[in-house]
Write a protein that binds this ligand. Structure first.
Ligand code: GLN
Length: 260
């Protein structure tokens, strides 16, 4: 895709006031910038409690960040209504999306909080999450993982590349099928600290524990989401012009060196 002002996309940012922790907002900034640097207009549409479910339908890419349990309970109540049903149908029909930590947990069958409360999820991702309870160790630290293809989307989301990120969660997530993982953990805890899986890659939606934020540290993943969003809007494949990622690569190398 050459620099061309005739293209535009809308990114739906779900619950920016409530679900936005450990730098997750940086994902929206980098998605917008990498599109704008290629001359593509970006509209970021905040989707809040007072927004209707129709706002989601107008988006070509969805993003929701993480939160603590208190905020998650508020958003959970809202998502169990019409907005949640719309979100599920869009994910099922293949809209690209990135859902971090608490957002990722919502899309599974259920999440048991640190206080033992069960929050029913939307069930679009075949997984569940449980916090082992007060006193359990939080899974915190830098993560190095390798993106892999999943059985609902064989295309690895970051081809031949290592993913770097930062995790901080108490919940342990278990996939119904480990072949749906987003990545294989090399260093760090990932979904549960036991089975070396990280996140889920379901159709064009990615659920992940990687804050950091993940996208500035992994520019190829950002471009993949953008390319999918353009395809969603214009119904054809796009090749994005390469950008100078030398600073991003230096940052990645420094993190990889630190984690090893
Ligand atoms: N409350 C969730 C947990 O601790 C999610 C935390 C987060 O989004 N960082 O598992």
């Amino acid at each position: 895709m050459k620099k061309n002002n005739k293209y535009s996309i809308t990114i739906g940012w779900l619950y920016p006031d409530l679900m936005n922790t450990y730098g997750d907002r940086g994902n929206i900034i980098v998605l917008s910038k990498r599109a704008e640097w290629r001359g593509i207009k970006v509209k970021v549409l905040p989707i809040n409690i007072e927004s209707s479910q129709w706002s989601i339908v107008n988006c070509q890419l969805l993003f929701m960040g993480g939160a603590q349990d208190t905020q998650q309970e508020i958003v959970n109540r809202d998502l169990l209504g019409a907005k949640g049903r719309t979100l599920v149908s869009m994910i099922e029909k293949g809209i690209p999306g990135l859902f971090i930590c608490g957002a990722y947990q919502f899309l599974g069958k259920y999440y048991i909080t640190a206080g033992g409360k069960k929050l029913n999820g939307l069930g679009v991702f075949p997984l569940f999450t449980e916090n082992p309870g007060e006193g359990a160790k939080r899974l915190i630290g830098n993560v190095l993982a390798e993106a892999v293809g999943s059985n609902t989307n064989p295309q690895p989301p970051n081809p031949n590349r290592l993913l770097v990120g930062f995790e901080n969660h108490g919940g342990r997530t278990y996939l119904s099928d480990k072949n749906q993982a987003f990545a294989k953990v090399i260093k760090g805890h990932g979904n549960n600290g036991e089975d070396q899986t990280e996140g889920i890659h379901y159709k064009n939606a990615i659920g992940s524990y990687l804050h950091g934020p993940i996208l500035p540290k992994n520019p190829e993943l950002t471009d993949l989401l953008l390319a999918l969003a353009f395809e969603e809007k214009y119904g054809k494949k796009f090749h994005l012009e390469p950008l100078d990622d030398s600073m991003e690569q230096k940052a990645r190398e420094a993190i990889i060196e630190k984690i090893k």
